[in-house]
Each structure stands twice: as C-alpha cells, then as structure tokens.
Design a protein around this ligand. Structure first.
Ligand code: DAH
Length: 348
C-alpha cells in the first residue's frame, strides 16, 4: 500500500515536470490551448490525477490530495502566465506587421446641435403658434416694388434711406432689406380671409459690418388682419410674446415711432433687470431695451394687399432675433452668428 502511494506521489511530480516542460515549448496560442486540453480537459491528466484522490488509501490520501491540488494550482498559474505572454507577443507582432490597432477605443463621434439662431427661431415660432399664428415663408430675392413701393415707399421716398440696399444687375431686383414685403405676398394669397402669420427669414443690407450690424441677419415679421383688429390686440400680443420669451415679470413699453407701412407706428421696449451687471451698458442707463418695431397696417398697404381699409384693419411687427438673442445671452458681437466659430456655437 505504501509503495502504491509513493508511486502515485512520484507520478504527480513527473506529471508536473512534464507539463511544465511541454508548456515551455508551446510557441503560440493554439499550442497552449492544446496543452490546456491535454492536462485540464475533461479527460485531462491533471483532472484524472485529482479524480484519483478518492482511490488513494486513507492514510496517504491527505498528503496526496494536497500535493495534487498544489500541482493543479501551479500548472494553472503557469498556463495563465504563458498565455498572457503569448497574447502580448501576438499583438505586438500584428502591430508591427499591420499598424492598425483594432483593439484601441474608437474615435468619439461628435454630437451635433442646433445653431443658436435656429434654437431662438423655433422658440419664437412656438410662442406665436400658441397664439394661433402660422409660419409663412417668402422669397429673399425681391422686387423693388414689393420691398418698397407697395409698402408705401415710392421711388425717391426719403424713408428708403433707412435700408441700404443690395441691388442686382437686373434693374428692380434686389435682396430684401426686411421681411415686410412678405406682408404683401401673404395678403394677396389670403384675401379675403383673416390673417395671423409670422414671416421669418434672412434679410440683407448693404452696410458696414460692425459688432452690432451685419450684411445678413434674420427677421421675424408678424401680420394680423381682420375686421376688428385694434392697437389693443397689438399691445396684448406683443406683451404676451415678450413675457414668454424674457420672463413673466417683464414690463413692456410702447413708444411712438415712424414706419412708412404702419400708422400709427410704435417701437417696443422691455425693461431690463437692474440687478444684471450689464443692465447699464445695454440700456445706456435708461433701463429699457428696444426689441421691435410695430404698428397698425397703413391703409395704403392694406389696399395694396387687396384688403379694403374701410372694412379691415390689422397690425404688423418686425424684430431681429439675433438682436434678441444677444440680449438674452449677453453676446456682444453680432458677427458671431454667421462666423461658424465652434467655440461660440458650442456654448448653446
Ligand atoms: N421692417 C422694419 C425694419 O426692417 C421693421 C418693422 C417695423 C416691421 C414696423 C413691421 C412694422 O412690420 O410694423 O426695420
């Protein structure tokens, strides 16, 4: 009995030596896998040696069992170390042969976002949509007639000086200087129905580019026409809009003004929170900021659109969303909007 156990113990020793020697000459991963099957597979030699524990005479069993487990652990550890080394060698070899390393993390895909100008436009659309306005787009290349004459500015009218104009080589064809010509397009299409639209879009002016003016900018025009539309409707609509955009606590002020296409004409201001450190600079010490021009649609304009001023009345307004965005976000240079500088755009 003693002899049998001795032999078994020496079997373990030779098993370990043989396994280690074979492991040492495994050249690559497939060879290592084969080694692993030979010793640790279902019919593997180490597995068999462990299974044999039960058949060992009682007095030798503990010693044998401990030794068998030690051998098992030593071989497992040796295998794992060798396998890791082989994997690293294989990776290095493939990196040298083919420098593309597919195991590296991928390049992150940048998430896009809406341009700040688009964001503010959508905010404006949704506020007016809640008040029953629909969005109506009209052309950017306009006739002088639409942009000026039908808006009550005949040729040589001094008010044309308010808009420095880009002319094309075709006489009478210009880039629109404001969205107001859209009023005529809408009236002619909707007549004799009532109208409640906003007209957003790009406008162009031939002027010096500064921190406060650009040759291109967006406007949002508003037009409401009906049979009992009054100045009170204009004031209520504008006040509701300004408070939704700037805050419910905002005060709105109406000053009398002049535009050829409205009578009477007004300019709309909102108060600026006095605790804003920029308040004084923005409002030039007055506490008020202009946000748009507006007024009751001039009878001549109504008639040019096809509506009889004896029966219909309406109000209109026009604002520059870039200017409004500058106020909201304390942006001090209007050129940022179309400059495509990601450092600016990513802030919104
Ligand atoms: N079109 C004017 C501008 O570009 C803005 C404006 C003022 C539009 C009064 C209107 C309005 O509809 O009623 O300066």
């Amino acid at each position: 009995m003693v002899g049998l156990a001795r032999k078994t113990m020496s079997d373990l020793a030779s098993l370990e030596q043989r396994a280690l020697a074979e492991l040492a000459v495994c050249a690559d991963e497939p060879a290592l896998r084969a080694w692993n099957t030979k010793y640790f597979g279902d019919k593997g030699e180490v597995v068999a040696a462990l299974k044999a524990i039960g058949a060992i005479p009682k007095e030798e069993r503990k010693t044998y069992g401990q030794e068998a487990n030690r051998v098992k652990e030593a071989l497992t550890k040796a295998f794992e170390g060798t396998l890791a080394g082989a994997k690293e060698r294989a990776l290095n070899a493939s990196l040298t042969a083919n420098p593309l390393d597919v195991t590296l993390p991928g390049r992150p895909v940048q998430r896009g976002r809406l341009h700040i100008a688009t964001q503010i436009m959508r905010q404006i659309y949704s506020i007016f949509a809640d008040m029953g306005f629909q969005v109506y787009r009209t052309r950017e290349v306009e006739s002088d007639e639409m942009n000026f004459e039908l808006l009550n500015m005949p040729p040589h009218h001094p008010a044309r000086d308010m808009w420095d104009t880009f002319h094309t080589t075709t006489p009478g064809v210009i880039l629109r200087t404001h969205t107001s010509p859209g009023q005529i397009h809408v009236m002619r299409e909707f007549h004799p129905n009532p109208i409640r639209v906003i007209l957003p879009g790009m406008c162009y002016r031939y002027e010096a580019i500064t921190t406060r003016s650009e040759i291109q900018f967006q406007q949002v025009e508003g037009l409401v026409i009906g049979q009992h539309v009054t100045m009170a409707d204009l004031k209520g609509t504008i006040t509701a809009f300004a408070r939704r955009l700037f805050g419910q606590e905002r005060q709105v002020r109406f000053r009398s003004s002049y535009f050829p296409f409205t009578e009477p004409s007004i300019e709309v201001d909102i108060d600026w929170p006095r605790d804003d450190p920029n308040a004084d600079r923005l409002t030039k010490g007055t506490g008020w900021l202009e946000i748009m021009g507006a007024g009751m649609v001039h009878p001549v304009v109504l008639r040019n659109g096809g509506y009889d001023p004896a029966e219909y009345s309406g109000f209109a307004f026009g604002m520059g969303p870039q200017r409004i965005t500058m106020l909201k976000h304390a942006i001090d240079d209007i050129r940022q909007f179309w400059g495509n500088d990601l450092r600016f755009l990513r802030q919104f």
